[in-house]
Design a protein around this ligand. Sequence first.
Ligand SMILES: Nc1ncnc2c1ncn2[C@@H]1O[C@H](COP(=O)(O)OP(=O)(O)OP(=O)(O)O)[C@@H](O)[C@H]1O
Length: 246
Amino acid sequence: MSALLEVSGISVSFDGFRAINDLSLAIGERELRAIIGPNGAGKTTFMDIVTGKTRPDSGRVLWGEHFIDLVGMDEARIARAGIGRKFQRPTVFEAQTVEENLHLALRNPRGPFAVLFSRRRPEDAARVAAIATEIGLAEELPRLAGELSHGQKQWLEIGMLLAQEPRLLLVDEPAAGMTPAEREHTTALLRRLAEHRAVVVVEHDMEFVRRLDCRVTVLHEGRVLAEGSLDHVTSNPEVIDVYLGR
Ligand SMILES: Nc1ncnc2c1ncn2[C@@H]1O[C@H](COP(=O)(O)OP(=O)(O)OP(=O)(O)O)[C@@H](O)[C@H]1O
């Protein structure tokens, strides 16, 4: 599998503390990857670096077939390059319908004000319908986003990210606060999404990670401690020691 994202030798310190320590890892095209690890392992900081929120002190973040270095690029440019990030808390427009939320999120070269004040294009409706079907909210299009369940809001936000057509989706702890049925829907959704784009999921819930059935990277003290199938990494004595055995 050729790498879509290649993080190479990145380090970052906060007030002398090395949160990321010579970290290297690669994500393939259309790969589903789970990242696990104890609190403070550097999972959030890793995503902050990839999305341009935090600049590493050293190392490179190479993107795409032209190996563009994302280090030093601002967040908006990285998002436009094709990296979408889903934070833990959903940030949908609660007073708008599901349909309106998706319309607002559609990539539009005319800029944000044009999006707000212009008429909808005919092709947008088809795209909104396709995204709603993909995230399992086709029946909910006329509902206000504020009326959705927690899980449905998370799926809507994923749909809003899909409207930007990312090649890589970073998803932070999707299972948190979800019912068992919502978790099941979410694992199926993430697996389906990874058929067409790369998806990286940071998650603590091991049952959820097991159902993703993908390659797993264990971070510890800002670097990769183990990588492979879930069974492989969870039988690693060091992983048991620092993460599972506690
Ligand atoms: N802006 C910051 N300033 C100072 N220290 C920070 C900053 N961001 C992260 N850290 C520290 O860097 C380390 C890594 O944090 P990070 O949030 O990336 O871990 P994590 O693996 O996401 O943990 P969790 O599972 O708890 O979310 C922690 O010790 C954290 O306190």
